[in-house]
Design a protein around this ligand. Structure first.
Ligand code: HXC
Length: 258
């Protein structure tokens, strides 16, 4: 399928999404959202996709929501359109998602990266929630996800001052899982994605769901959820094959990919 604002490619079982509005530093307008929603709906449906990588350009992952598009909007426009609610679709993707971030990930760009499961940063990455300088606040989950990711101290600092944080600080704070040299970013992200996509798809989906549960519930409920999921995996061929392969000192074959 062709999209207006994103490029979608397949690298074996990995879907690679490249944000493609270079003249606007990949500002996230409503067309980008529509394109991503359509692409993600397809990825979740398509058994040939085992993991998704989202990336931008060397200069910008995404410099935020499109300020020029938002500027004339009224309260009623935003309220009646339920503006930005559609981004939940990306956060609700059932398959594992990886953000590969180089350059600016600001405002909605930082929030899009945080909607992904694994966040890999180039050493050139810059994260921030500069909305306050525009007279607004984060609107795609930044005040909530950033706070959960890096804690109140740094989240307040970033959200109230609008300053940016470099890749080193972002990794130290726990926003980012790895930093790689900028020219190795895409390869690193695709390698991680291929590794995940090589696992049993249902097991990877359940692992993702279980980790995400940690952000939604109490420890006792989360542990109960994990244990039920863990028990249920013993009904799968993949548990039988994975453990047999270990015992027989070989690689597992035929993990479920649909
Ligand atoms: C629309 C944008 C944009 C954005 C950049 N551009 N960011 N257009 N929305 N968020 C456009 C510029 O207008 C310019 O186009 C072109 O991209 C290149 O940008 P420059 O500013 O010339 O580049 P540079 O000087 O290198 O500065 C890069 C930058 C700066 C520091 C990232 O562009 C910047 O501050 N951008 C805005 C960052 C921001 O405030 N993001 C938060 C948005 S609010 P023209 O044609 O004019 O030359 C948000 C809210 C989300 O995300 C939640 C919903 C409420």
């Amino acid at each position: 399928t062709d999209f207006e604002t994103i490029i979608v490619e397949r690298r074996e079982r990995v879907a690679l999404v490249t944000l493609n509005r270079p003249k606007a530093l990949n500002a996230l307008n409503f067309q980008v959202l529509a394109d991503l929603q359509a692409a993600f709906t397809e990825f979740d449906r398509d058994p040939a996709v085992g993991a998704v990588v989202i990336t931008g350009s060397a200069k910008a992952f995404a410099a935020g929501a499109d300020i020029k598009e938002m500027a004339p909007k009224t309260y009623m426009d935003m309220f009646l359109d339920d503006a930005f609610a559609g981004w939940d679709r990306i956060g609700c993707a059932r398959k594992p998602t990886i953000a590969a971030v180089a350059g600016y990930a600001l405002g909605g760009g930082c929030e899009l990266a945080m909607l992904c499961d694994i966040l890999i940063a180039a050493d050139t990455a810059k994260f921030g929630q500069p909305e306050i300088g525009l007279g607004i606040i984060p609107g795609i989950g930044g005040s909530q996800r950033l706070t959960r990711a890096i804690g109140k101290a740094k989240a307040m600092d970033l959200v109230l001052t609008g300053r940016t944080m470099d890749a080193e600080e972002a990794e130290r704070a726990g926003l980012v899982s790895r930093i790689v040299p900028a020219d190795e970013l895409l390869d690193a992200a695709l390698t991680v994605a291929a590794t995940v996509a090589g696992m049993s798809l249902p097991v990877a989906m359940i692992a993702k769901e279980s980790v995400n549960r940690a952000f939604e519930t109490t420890l006792a409920e989360g542990l109960r959820f994990e244990r039920r999921m863990f028990h249920s995996l013993f009904a799968t061929d993949d548990q039988k094959e994975g453990m047999a392969a270990f015992v027989e000192k070989r690689q597992p074959a035929n993990f479920t990919h649909r």
